[in-house]
Design a protein around this ligand. Structure first.
Ligand code: FE2
Ligand code: FE2
Length: 246
């Protein structure tokens, strides 16, 4: 992720997530071989394009790359029903147990003598993520996972508050995953990637280790959903009986 503004040069943008440059080229404002030292604002001005719109389009692509944190093959081979059981019993159960502990540990760091502004920011960021993730996994289980279990059992999807097809909740979940990945990037920024100074307190060491574990688990969790579960659920829905009308 990089900081984007009208003064960002194309060369700087090219150093960010690859989707940024692809998005820029899709606007037709810039082509391979053009001067990469041009600023985004200058490009917009030259084409009479609203820079606010360009920046909005680019922000959508300004997310950290998810490098496959786990071998996807076993999860691609697993029956769909088992895959959602696995995600629930592994990653959702982990979050339910760990989120309150993480929130308590960063609360304690913020109360330590000499706590800095960034420790307070860290506490607020973790609290926010804990609340959002708690709602996210509940929503996922009640809507998408319930639909996937219907698909796995080859029965018509029972409509939930998110409609009667998996596409609706998937779009919603993907947006929330993007927010979570941004949140994780913020945690890394605030902690210097969970760095521990030689004289750090035990509470600090334990909190950094727990946050690093949380970051890794979350990336694995999101990867299994975005890259394995969601495409498989969309595929399974094709040719299945339609939802009974409510
Ligand atoms: Fe999940
Ligand atoms: Fe999720």
């Amino acid at each position: 992720m990089i900081k984007l503004s009208a003064r960002t040069r194309v060369s700087e943008l090219m150093a960010g997530p690859p989707a940024l440059y692809t998005t820029l080229k899709s606007t037709g404002l810039f082509r391979d071989g053009d001067d990469p030292e041009v600023m985004l604002g200058q490009l917009c001005w030259a084409f009479g394009f609203n820079p606010g719109i360009l920046l909005m389009m680019l922000e959508g692509a300004n997310v950290p790359e998810v490098v496959a944190p786990v071998d996807a093959a076993p999860f691609r081979a697993m029956p769909l029903g088992e895959l959602v059981d696995h995600i629930e019993s592994t990653h959702h159960a982990y979050l339910r147990a760990e989120l309150p502990r993480l929130a308590a540990s960063v609360d304690a760091l913020a109360l330590e003598a000499g706590a800095t502004e960034s420790t307070i920011e860290l506490r607020d960021a973790v609290r926010r993520m804990a609340t959002e993730l708690d709602a996210h996994i509940r929503h996922e289980e009640e809507s998408l996972f319930a639909m996937v279990r219907d698909l796995a059992a080859s029965t018509a999807i029972k409509p939930t508050r998110c409609g009667g097809t998996v596409g609706g909740p998937i779009a919603c979940m993907e947006n929330e995953h993007t927010e979570t990945l941004r949140g994780l990037a913020k945690l890394r920024e605030l902690t210097g990637s969970y760095a521990v100074a030689a004289d750090a307190s035990t509470a600090w060491r334990e909190a950094m280790a727990a946050l690093e574990h949380f970051d890794r688990d979350m990336q694995e969790h999101i990867f299994k959903e975005n890259d394995v579960l969601f495409p498989r659920a969309l595929e399974a829905q094709r040719g299945q009986p339609q939802a009974a009308s409510a």
